[in-house]
Write a protein that binds this ligand. Sequence first.
Ligand SMILES: Cc1cc2nc3c(=O)[nH]c(=O)nc-3n(C[C@H](O)[C@H](O)[C@H](O)COP(=O)(O)OP(=O)(O)OC[C@H]3O[C@@H](n4cnc5c(N)ncnc54)[C@H](O)[C@@H]3O)c2cc1C
Length: 251
Amino acid sequence: MRLADGTVVQGELLLGADGLKSVICQQINGNIPATYTGDAAWRITVPVERLPENFMEQVMMVWMGPGRHVVAYYLRAGALLNFVGLVETEEVSEESWTARFPWERFKADFAGWHVDVQTIIDAADQEGCYRWSLHYRPTIRNWITRRAALLGDAVHPTLPYLAQGACMAIEDGAVLTRALDQADSIVDALQLYQRNRVDRTVRIVNQSTANRTLFHLRTVDEIRASFANRDEGADRNAWLYSYNPLTVELV
Ligand SMILES: Cc1cc2nc3c(=O)[nH]c(=O)nc-3n(C[C@H](O)[C@H](O)[C@H](O)COP(=O)(O)OP(=O)(O)OC[C@H]3O[C@@H](n4cnc5c(N)ncnc54)[C@H](O)[C@@H]3O)c2cc1C
């Protein structure tokens, strides 16, 4: 493989784990079109010392309102609160972890929301408010060549509406490792890997896309009606959270 600086490196297997703008995926599958969803994701993390004591239970919290929603959960064993606020906007910006936007706009986007949402936004580092423009991409079923494999966002970029993008990348890594151990050749291992990962990741990506509609209903009545007969926890436990990439049978 020739790198951008001209260096040539050789190996038995190339892993394309280069994220949603993957050049390796582009070489395997050509250009994958991206279409703006109409949504942007505000992202901040807040050290818990900046929040009132026992501010929020150690569970994932979701707030929903017309055309937008908020997800908050703790990271690093409760030391940091992660906050993602999804808003509909016609203003398309970058798909980037480092695109900063003014705190005042963040605050304005959630004006009138629940007091806990205000507390988190008020505790944010005002220079550290990030906004990511979310795009749809078609699902990809071709993950491998004889000597290369794709992994993570490089091959299954997803909307974050099921919070599974990084989880899928970790699962890919575990299954690929096992496939390389089990199969007699790299070619067989890559086929085993692809066979065992594509359907699950396509399902997750499609479910995440469907959740965009569910999470952005227009009225409280619509939201109530949609969730009245659903049990999100039970549904996800049945197929999503119960999957173990270290023990699932590879067929
Ligand atoms: C707003 C938002 C909220 C999210 N929330 C969650 C969540 O709650 N739970 C969850 O599981 N997931 C979540 N995700 C998704 C998660 O962040 C991604 O799925 C995950 O980061 C993908 O990991 P990756 O290693 O495949 O790609 P990346 O994290 O994108 O890493 C790719 C790496 O490759 C490097 N790279 C790229 N091109 C090259 C190159 N040519 N040469 C060398 N290096 C290169 C990049 O610099 C980067 O370090 C969220 C995403 C967004 C946008």
